[in-house]
Structures are given as structure tokens and as C-alpha cells.
Design a protein around this ligand. Structure first.
Ligand SMILES: Nc1nc2c(ncn2[C@@H]2O[C@H](COP(=O)(O)OP(=O)(O)O)[C@@H](O)[C@H]2O)c(=O)[nH]1
Ligand SMILES: [Mg+2]
Length: 302
């Protein structure tokens, strides 16, 4: 399946949720208050969040007035344009120019951190990079096992310690192994759950300090993983990670399993962080680089 087709099918649930939006444009009446009310309702249903939906509607009113939309297709194009603009929250690419450079993966339990690491490792390997995975989730033995499977599949190196050992020590070893072996990228897995939240945040802060101390000049991409199926709730949970690990971008997983793809807009508007990748399945090739225009097009069948 091609790149756009994958995104398109990954968004099929969200798009079916938006069919009513297409109907809304078919019955478009300029200057109708009902149009704006229904638009807002549909956007909220897509899990865009009330504040962001309100903003879209306000921007849409303004654009309609400026451009004097009369026809449904004009208004539809206008909406596509402004939604695309709203997704621009910074650079969607990864900056990994130093050798080694680091990708730190954070997020609550079960969102798809380890799976995303496997997918990313495979993409970086395909670009000819030497990749080392570092099993910083030492909370459960199964976590390192799962990472080992992905290392095998993607052809990446792996550094792991025993269950229950200090994650910061694994990270220290991982970074030094990467230096010694001439790896291009170290990808660090982390736990999403510990005995309590404060423990987890302290641990992430400690990992971050080790990275900054051992590789002060390195490019560090700190990616926070969000599960699209948890919607607005996931967004709330995510805020704590932002301060602790210096997040540079978001990976939004499980878009294939939800009709609530509108969460992408809430992320850009509320977290002011770029989505860098979207997950559209459990397979190794099911991670797509995010790009606002393509995303909105796939959402609208435009
Ligand atoms: N459908 C779907 N499932 C995913 C995606 N990403 C991860 N998963 C699944 O989500 C579950 C939890 O993933 P895992 O990587 O273990 O999460 P972690 O606890 O954050 O490391 C696994 O069953 C994955 O296969 C995705 O993009 N789509
Ligand atoms: Mg994991």
C-alpha cells in the first residue's frame, strides 16, 4: 500500500465521522447561523476539543466574510485551508544530525512507545543508519523482551539490564555503547508507569540529565507518544510529561482504531507542539511521517 493510501485508510473511521460535514457543505447557505452551530458540533465530535472547535468556527466566519463565500465547495476549500494552517506547530521532521543523536520516547503505559521505537528503528535502518535501542523501561522484564524482539526485527543493536535495575544506568550504558560502536542514533525506551507518578517523573528527569551530561552537544528528539483513542483525556495526562522531558514533538498512535482523529488539531493548538509521526497499525511499516496538508487531504478525501 502506498503512503497516502495508508494514511487514507488509517483515517477511515475519522472520515466516516465527518461524512455529516460533507452533507453540511452540500446544504450550505451563506450567512446561516445553523451552519456554524452544526460545524462546531461536528468538530467537537471529532475530539478536536471545545476551545479549538470554537477557534475554527471563528476563523471560518472571518474567512467567509473576507472571501465572500457563496457556494458550499468554496466554504469547504476554505475550511480545508484553515485546518491545514492550524496544524502548523513547528518542524515535523527529526533533527538527528550529530553522531550519535538521541531519540527519547515517553508517554503513559500502553500508548505505543515500544512499538513506535521498533517502527522508527526500521525506518532509520532503511536510511542506512546504525541504530541502538536502549531498554530504559526496567519496570517489567516483559518490556525489555518486547524491545529485544523489535531490535531483532529492525536489525538494531540493543542494550538492556535486568528487571528492576536503575533506568538511568541503562541509559548511561546505552549512550556509551553507542559512542564506542559508532552508532548514529540511540533510541531510549522508558516506562509509562511506576509505583507512583512522582517516581516516574523523577526518573524521566534523571534520564534526561544523563543524556544532557553524556552528550551535551547531541541532537535530542524527545518524542511524547499519545494514543489517539484516548482523545482529550490523553491530552490531559500528557501535560505532565512536557515539563519533565523537554518534548520536541508528538507521535500520535492508533489513528486506525479511532474516529477521533480531530485530536490532532487540539494537539497543535493546545500543546503547541508538532505531531511528527502517526501510527496507523501494529506492523513495522505502520508509522507515517506527519504532514499537515496530506493529513487534512486524507481527512476530506480532497
Ligand atoms: N492499532 C494500532 N495499535 C498500535 C499502534 N501502536 C501501538 N499499538 C499497539 O498498542 C499496544 C501497546 O503498545 P506498546 O508499544 O507496548 O505500548 P507502550 O506501553 O507505550 O510501550 C500494542 O498491542 C501495540 O501493538 C497503532 O498505531 N495502531
Ligand atoms: Mg513499552
Amino acid at each position: 500500500m502506498g503512503f497516502f493510501d495508508k494514511l487514507f485508510s488509517g483515517l477511515s473511521k475519522t472520515r466516516s465521522n465527518m461524512e455529516e460535514l460533507e452533507e453540511l457543505f452540500q446544504g450550505y447557505q451563506p450567512d446561516s447561523e445553523d451552519f456554524y452551530d452544526e460545524l462546531e458540533e461536528l468538530l467537537v465530535l471529532s475530539d478536536m476539543g471545545a476551545a479549538t472547535a470554537e477557534k475554527v468556527v471563528a476563523n471560518m466566519r472571518k474567512l467567509t466574510w473576507e472571501r465572500r463565500f457563496r457556494k458550499g465547495y468554496e466554504a469547504r476549500e476554505g475550511l480545508i485551508e484553515l485546518l491545514t494552517k492550524m496544524l502548523d506547530a513547528g518542524d515535523t521532521g527529526l533533527k538527528l544530525e550529530t553522531k550519535p543523536s538521541v531519540i527519547l520516547m515517553t508517554g503513559v503505559n500502553g500508548v505505543g512507545k515500544t512499538t513506535t521505537i521498533g517502527k522508527l528503528a526500521s525506518q532509520l535502518k532503511a536510511q542506512g543508519k546504525k541504530v541502538l535501542l536502549c531498554a530504559g523501561d526496567t519496570f517489567r522484564a516483559a518490556a525489555a523482551e518486547q524491545l529485544a524482539v523489535w531490535a531483532e526485527r529492525s536489525g538494531a543493536d540493543l542494550v538492556r539490564h535486568e528487571e528492576g535495575s536503575d533506568p538511568a544506568a541503562v541509559v548511561f550504558d546505552g549512550i556509551n555503547a553507542a559512542k564506542a560502536r559508532g552508532a548514529d542514533v540511540v533510541i531510549i525506551d522508558t516506562a509509562g508507569r511506576l509505583h507512583n507518578k512522582q517516581n516516574l517523573m523523577n526518573e524521566l528527569a534523571k534520564i534526561r540529565r544523563i543524556i544532557d551530561r553524556e552528550l551535551p552537544e547531541a541532537d535530542v528528539e524527545s518524542l511524547m507518544v499519545l494514543d489517539a483513542t484516548t482523545g482529550q483525556n490523553g491530552l490531559l495526562q500528557a501535560r505532565q510529561f512536557l515539563e519533565t522531558s523537554g518534548v520536541t514533538g508528538i507521535v500520535l498512535t492508533k489513528l486506525d482504531g479511532t474516529a477521533k482523529g480531530g485530536i490532532v488539531f487540539a494537539i497543535a493548538q493546545e500543546l503547541k507542539l508538532p505531531v511528527k509521526f502517526v501510527g496507523v497499525g501494529e506492523g513495522i511499516d505502520d508509522l507515517l511521517p506527519f504532514e499537515p496538508e496530506g493529513f487534512v487531504k486524507a481527512l476530506f478525501k480532497a
